[in-house]
Write a protein that binds this ligand. Structure first.
Ligand code: DSN
Length: 437
């Protein structure tokens, strides 16, 4: 295989094998899911839904999509599923398009608090400009303060409340969100993208009894291909028996064209894998690994947002090392062979591009078969990297930052300490395959 594309794929596989992935929204797919993605299913157009397509030749695709839908409904215990959304952002847009009118109030967690752009982030997003966006911040100890959420809801009367997060390390209390939604008559949408694998594995409470609609991406803790599922609960159907149809119409013709059939098949395979007893063990180990990583980081003197974790992720508060220091730490970690992402912290004094936190998660390392011993070692390595770069302070003057970061990166790329750690990390990482069943 001489085409540069294949060479680059080989290089990426080598990178993933030799490094340790700690981005909580990423995961490694099983060989079965990976294989399905490279099938002839990608060559077929199938706009519409099973039994009602706009193109001929969908006899097999219909069966595949129905299989994915049935598996989703069974696994989550809901009466309706749509598996066509291209990913989480289009899926959230579809739910909003289905249930809101332009200008309606939409309430979600702020980006800084741990929410998502599509949860109404103001000014620059579709959801934050097309709708009247109300954002709730975190309260004491970086937890959701439901008294404040309720007060905000009563003040602004949102038509939709989104209970969902991307960097919130604690359990989401869907019953409290339901109380708030009921108080103002709002739709309750749960975006469980990050925690779906934990929910299926019995490590996090399910939103099914409380939410009207649930959206999850399929590639995070669920460990499938990049895509999304929209579920409607019994509760949602009781409120509007046509809710499923409204969601379907919002996907197509509302927002999308032909579904990505190979992805649909990959979702079906991933759902079957998640239904196996082994997946519960995976979810359990993911939690244990997160606890060990968090405890090690704290023991090494690092500060975690909210003091720890109750799910698969944690956010290191790097403010003691200067505003925006997530930039230097995340880069230096990557040089040392561990890739994570810089992240905002609550009440971030920096910016999303130069944030003061570091987000870490255990989905990928757990999929590779790593356990508590490896987590403790990784935690100590991360602390050593922070210690190593802590005197490299990002300039306050935005004009000086670009040059500083460029010089920092050039220096880090040649840093003997980081490069030596990279050898140690590689020695550990290569003992584990990308996917261990
Ligand atoms: N980009 C995802 C994450 O990293 O959490 C959310 O869409």
């Amino acid at each position: 295989m001489s085409d540069l594309v294949y060479q680059l794929i080989e290089q990426e596989e080598k990178r993933q094998l030799e490094k340790i992935g700690l981005i909580p929204s990423e995961n490694h797919m099983s060989p079965q899911v990976t294989g399905v993605l490279a099938s002839c299913l990608s060559s077929k157009y199938s706009e519409g839904y099973p039994g009602k397509r706009y193109y001929e030749g969908n006899q097999i695709i219909d069966q595949l999509e129905n299989l994915a839908i049935d598996r989703a409904k069974t696994l989550f215990g809901v009466p309706f599923a749509n598996v066509q959304a291209y990913s989480g952002s289009p899926a959230n847009s579809a739910i909003q398009f289905a249930l809101l009118e332009p200008g309606d109030a939409l309430m979600g967690m702020s980006l800084g608090g741990g929410g998502h752009l599509t949860h109404g982030h103001p000014k620059v997003t579709f959801s934050g400009t097309h709708y009247r966006s109300i954002q709730y911040e975190l309260g004491e100890n970086a937890r959701i303060d439901f008294d404040r959420v309720l007060a905000l809801a009563e003040q602004h009367q949102p038509k939709m409340i989104i209970a969902g997060t991307t960097s919130y390390p604690f359990t989401l209390d869907f019953s409290r969100f339901r109380e708030v939604a009921d108080a103002v008559g709002a739709w309750l949408v749960a975006d469980t993208s990050h925690i779906t694998g934990l929910i299926i594995g019995g490590e996090h409470p399910s939103p099914v009894p409380y939410a009207d609609v649930i959206m999850t991406t399929t590639h995070k803790t669920l460990r499938g291909p990049r895509g999304a599922i929209i579920l409607v609960t019994e509760r949602g159907l009781e409120r509007d028996p046509k809710l499923g149809g409204r969601i379907d119409k919002a996907i197509i013709p509302g927002l999308q064209g032909g579904p990505h059939n190979a992805t649909t098949a990959g979702i079906a395979v991933a759902l079957e894998e998640a239904a196996q007893p082994g997946f519960r063990q995976y979810a359990h180990q993911m939690r244990r690994n997160a606890d060990t990583l968090a405890a090690t980081l704290c023991a090494e003197g690092l500060k975690l947002v909210g003091g720890g974790t109750e799910n698969h992720l944690m956010v290191v508060d790097l403010m003691p090392y200067g505003v925006g220091s997530g930039t230097q730490v995340a880069y230096a970690m990557d040089v040392a062979g561990m890739y994570a992402n810089r992240n905002t912290i609550p009440d971030e004094p920096g910016s999303p591009f130069y944030p003061s936190g570091l987000r870490l998660g255990t989905p990928m390392v757990t999929t590779r078969g790593m356990k508590e011993t490896e987590m403790a070692q990784i935690g100590r390595w991360i602390a050593q990297v922070v210690e190593h770069v802590k005197d490299e302070i990002l300039p306050e003057d935005p004009k000086q930052r670009t040059a500083f970061v460029k010089a920092f990166k050039a220096q880090a790329d040649q840093d003997p300490f980081l490069l030596s750690m990279r050898d140690d990390v590689k020695a550990l990482a290569t003992q584990f395959p990308l996917f261990q069943a």
